[in-house]
Design a protein. Structure first.
Length: 304
């Protein structure tokens, strides 16, 4: 008999609890009190338990009713979410939004935008990947991600459209006890070759044959930015890092900012872009996120 229960019965049960009586529930639902009573009776019959004790002036939940109330609310909430998601999809709203993020992009900016995204699109799950170099584009090409926040890959594969998204400040650093940290003047490029440069490596073939910011003939290559950060802190080499990731280390003396001969501070910026397949442009949720990320990135860069 349980298979025959209706959502109408469950909603009526919840209304009777919330309103405190069958008559108040009837007024809220715009129905006759007899219809409300009958729906609750039918639900009790199908479940095989009494939900209300009717011996007093007002119906009171039985222990069984109290136990089943949370489940009833969960059923109604899931059905409402299901209907809302279907309505959004019918209007062109994405059923899910997958975004791949360059590891250099500040995660605080993503979190700020995601908080408002949740309010604007509560039925659209957000799926995030963090990658580097070609790893930010490959998921878009093979349709595992709808959008990408892309940097460090100046040549886009065919079929990828991009929109500018500001720039990330870059810092060249080494541990405070590293020999390069002792230089007061700009460091000659020839001197850099005497020391190991820690370089992020691409796990895809999209940047094969290209080097980004490699100035030393001695390199150690890591596929993870956090591993690179740890190696830098341990004096295992020097290298470039996004400014937001090492700002506290510089301020607290764990890392030293290196000045390189012929490289101005204004040159140490990494342009970022939003990328997506030209044949699969963003829907309403994706377009909203692009615009919001642009505003968040601008505030992050200007400090306003």
């Amino acid at each position: 008999m349980v298979d025959g229960l209706s959502l109408d019965q469950v909603r009526t049960f919840i209304a009777a609890v919330d309103e405190g009586s069958f008559s108040a529930a009837a007024r809220k639902l715009g129905r006759a009190q007899s219809a409300v009573s009958e729906l609750v009776r039918a639900l009790e019959h199908q479940l095989g338990v009494e939900l209300f004790d009717r011996t007093g002036r007002y119906p009171q939940l039985t222990p069984a009713g109290s136990m089943l109330l949370a489940g009833a609310r969960e059923v109604v909430a899931k059905v409402d979410a299901f209907k809302s998601q279907a309505k959004g999809m019918a209007s062109g709203l994405e059923p899910e939004l997958s975004v791949v993020i360059d590891v250099f992009f500040p995660i605080s900016v993503i979190a700020e935008a995601a908080r408002e995204f949740l309010e604007q699109f509560p039925t659209v799950p957000l799926r995030l990947f963090v990658e580097v170099l070609g790893g930010t584009v490959l998921p878009i090409l093979d349709r595992r991600a709808h959008l990408g926040i892309v940097g460090t890959l100046p040549v886009m594969p065919p079929g990828i459209s991009t929109e500018p998204l500001g720039a990330v400040d870059f810092e060249v650093v080494a541990a405070a006890n590293h020999p390069l940290a002792a230089f007061d003047a700009p460091i000659p490029r020839g001197e850099l070759s005497n020391h190991i440069q820690l370089v992020l490596t691409d796990r895809t073939e999209l940047s094969q044959g290209r080097e980004f910011g490699v100035l030393s003939s001695q390199t150690w290559r890591l596929a993870d930015l956090f591993a690179k950060h740890t190696f830098l802190l341990n004096g295992l080499g020097w290298g470039g890092m996004p400014g937001h990731a090492v700002r506290a280390d510089i301020e607290e003396g764990r890392l030293s900012r290196l000045r390189i001969e012929g490289v101005a501070a204004s040159d140490l910026k990494l342009p970022m872009s939003i990328a997506y397949r030209a044949d699969d442009p963003p829907g309403p949720a994706g377009r909203w996120l692009i615009q919001r990320l642009g505003k968040c990135a601008h505030h992050h860069q200007t400090g306003s």
